[in-house]
Design a protein around this ligand. Sequence first.
Ligand code: FMN
Length: 368
Amino acid sequence: MEYDEKVKQPINLFEYERLAKSLMPETEWDFVEGGATDEITINRTRQAFDSIMLRPRMLVDVDQRDMSTNVLGQRIDFPVMLSPAGHHIRAHPDAEIATVKAANAMNVGMILSSGSSVVMEDVARAATRRIWFQQYFYRDRAVTELMAHRAEDLGFSALCITLDASIRSKRERNLRNDYAIPPSPNYEGILNGENFNPSSDDAPLNVSGMVSPKVTWDEFEWLASKTDLPLIAKGVMTAEDAKLAVDHGVSAIIVSNHGGRSLDPTFATIEVLPEVAETVNGQAEIYLDGGIRRGTDIVKAIALGANAVLIGRPIFWGLAVNGAEGLRHLLELLREEFDSSMGLCGNTDISSIDRSLVGRTSPLAGRI
Ligand SMILES: Cc1cc2nc3c(=O)[nH]c(=O)nc-3n(C[C@H](O)[C@H](O)[C@H](O)COP(=O)(O)O)c2cc1C
């Protein structure tokens, strides 16, 4: 029997990936899985996790373990959230409704993308726990404000601003496949000007042209003056920008390279996490995404300064395999792995995980 046939019920995220690939049309698979140019960032982001080793401690009482944590004051059952990612319908017809059901069931955080296939009003209605909204700084501040107010009115409890995608990247798989997707229904009425009066003369014609490559860090203060929601900066990859983010009042930072879909090559997110954590020094929460596939990856990210992590592509894998139930089960696998690895490391809760748990240089180095 072929491996793929045997793996009908995946036991880890890599098996979900493999099964999803066999189920999805190739062009859709390329859209989800692919990245910019040579995909060096994607590979490095994943491999960097595998280059970090754990230093477990023994004879700690790890009988009772608590994986829960708070993100922006909201309790989640374990330190995982769903990254904002557009177009979940590409993986399953239930799209973001399935995603939010899985987040509800597992009590993890979810950041809904402004590029969602299901209109944000419907996703907000289906949420039984607090979820957050992702948007951009648009060329027209009226659009930025409109989306932020809409999210606030719908009960989204934080606004995540994506900073690393204001210039269209070169995704060669999509170019080869001549791949195009219609804009999100969230932008209906904005794109055709029905319920939106552009304050600039050049009315936006398409979504990627709407995102502003012009704005600077001051835009955070401006947005903070327009909304009460806490603001999150997604796409920080340097200590310099981490400092600016904190100076401009963000509540949280997502260390992210957009899953290797924007700039290529960049360092792995886990490689830059320590410099960000040292700079932020507790003045904002820090989350990390990119290449989180194992419970031990979560342990490593927390050890190096993250409060929580997010997953992007695995959302699509879970959905493709079995809709809401597939994603719920995938999250459960991740939770079980995190639980056992935390225990095996000698940790009973998240706050006890620190940098002494990880090593990168072989202890043999310099000794033999
Ligand atoms: C299909 C797809 C669509 C995405 N859409 C968005 C988006 O709309 N906004 C955003 O900020 N990030 C988007 N991302 C990036 C994710 O939020 C996240 O940074 C990345 O996927 C994490 O890496 P991982 O896929 O290795 O887990 C998208 C990623 C994928 C795979």
